[in-house]
Design a protein around this ligand. Sequence first.
Ligand code: MLT
Length: 303
Amino acid sequence: MYTIKTLNAISPVGLAKLPATQFEVDNDSPTPQGILVRSADLHEVPLPDSLLAIARAGAGTNNIPIDKCTAAGIVVFNTPGANANAVAELVVGALVAGSRNLPDAIAWAQNLKGSQTLAKDVEKGKKQFVGPELRGKTLGVIGLGAIGSRVANAAVALGMEVLGYDPYISIDAAWSLSRSVQHCVSLGDMLPRCDYLTVHVPYMPSTKHTINAQTLSMCKDGVRVFNFARGELVDTTAMLAALESGKAAQYFCDFPSDELLGVKGVYCTPHLGASTPESETNCAVMAATELSDYLKNGNILHS
Ligand code: MLT
């Protein structure tokens, strides 16, 4: 019998992948063999000697002390692609919402309640919140994995010109994922052409501040930047300076920080990318299956 501890609410459909004849879920156990986790930060948590594997219901593993786990022989799994559709849909929604000034327009219209001059106010709002269509504009996608390639394909369907840059996958692989994307060989090749820019690389030391003062300076004035990957991929100080100077028109970020909140042109959401019932189920099923297959059979998938 293997004992599994869950550190976040994990979909019951996922937990059903751990048959009761072989697994018990006990969140108080001091000696679990497996941990299922979503966003809880394990960096400061002591890992029990009994632990053999951790499965993260999500793509990024930044909340898990990988080096410590490797040294202790604990296998770490993630669930690549399981929430890609959820994140990609949100990015597409943000592209549309940003371009058409929906967040500001909605907040503005809420304040019209009780207005005695509603028709006039509406006419004013119609002019104030004019925003460009996406069709015919250029989107740069940094990172063409499961999420980036979905965003790219959806943007092509909306009539956008899509430029893709991914230093980590071959042109052939990128091509098979996103056929209508024009592949760029460098950021320098891509950035000066983009009206919209979205980042979809994992966060690691080499990708920290992929969007920084230098890369922003290569962009068109008024570029709109979308970050639903990890906050650290964008240098916040440089981004705020770009918004202040007009180099950037908008920054959508799924990782609120105190410096960003309340700033004009910044639109933060509370890490909503993977928050759909479908994605939570997919991630939980994949994570529980990985854990079960490893503990029972020694198989390693997605570690
Ligand atoms: C991910 O890395 O895939 C997301 O952080 C998942 C989540 O929101 O839990």
